[in-house]
Design a protein around this ligand. Structure first.
Ligand SMILES: Cc1cc2nc3c(=O)[nH]c(=O)nc-3n(C[C@H](O)[C@H](O)[C@H](O)COP(=O)(O)O)c2cc1C
Length: 188
């Protein structure tokens, strides 16, 4: 085990920051896969946009409060995220806990979205049968009221694992919050 480096950010955040820098302006560098467990015990996975950090080890996502994942968080708040950074050839697996009750974001988070990004929250209930007559706006202005179903989901991370294919042999590193994010090297 290697001691966590001093400084504000856990060591895995520093590595992730370096990998994100290498991706440049690639939009897909902010896409990650979120896995949950449904109430019948079967797995669910989908892509979400990484929205930012809150403190050293809480990650923020935005979603529709009417979507299935919210019921899944309430049933089982433990989640895993998979974040692939292709240029760096790095896969991050982040385990954490989604907030039980989604927090209503303030107006600034709503305004931070593009008009077309905001529009999705003006669409009908996700996952319900398609109704051609229902409204599907292409844009929503920043002064549109924040819908009740616009929710920010904070994920508090407990464990991070990195697999880095750019070295021989591949590097697999594990960090846990419970031991101060000490770095442990594992076999790939
Ligand atoms: C590139 C991409 C980015 C996405 N970003 C988000 C997002 O930030 N938040 C979100 O709720 N859904 C996002 N989605 C849609 C989800 O993958 C998913 O279809 C939706 O949230 C419904 O999921 P659920 O029924 O499992 O709750 C994105 C999809 C793609 C393809």
């Amino acid at each position: 085990m290697t001691a966590a480096t001093d400084g504000a950010l856990p060591p895995w955040r520093q590595r992730l920051r370096g990998a994100l820098k290498r991706e440049g302006r690639q939009v897909s560098a902010r896409w990650l896969q979120l896995a949950t467990v449904a109430s019948d015990g079967t797995p669910r996975v989908r892509t979400l946009v990484f929205r930012g950090w809150n403190g050293a080890d809480q990650l923020e996502l935005y979603t529709d409060g009417r979507s299935s994942k919210i019921a899944e968080f309430n049933h089982q708040p433990q989640v895993e995220l998979c974040w692939l950074l292709t240029k760096a050839k790095q896969q991050y697996r982040l385990r954490g806990t989604a907030a039980q009750v989604a927090v209503s974001p303030d107006q600034a988070q709503w305004r931070s979205l593009s008009p077309s990004g905001r529009a999705l929250w003006g669409w009908p209930h996700p996952g319900q049968p398609f109704e051609p007559a229902a409204p599907f706006p292409q844009e929503l202005p920043e002064d549109a009221p924040v819908p009740d179903h616009f929710v920010m989901v904070p994920i508090s991370l407990q464990q991070v694992e990195l697999l880095d294919l750019s070295h021989h042999p591949h590097q697999r590193l594990l960090w846990r919050r419970e031991n101060g994010w000490l770095e442990q090297r594992l076999n790939p």
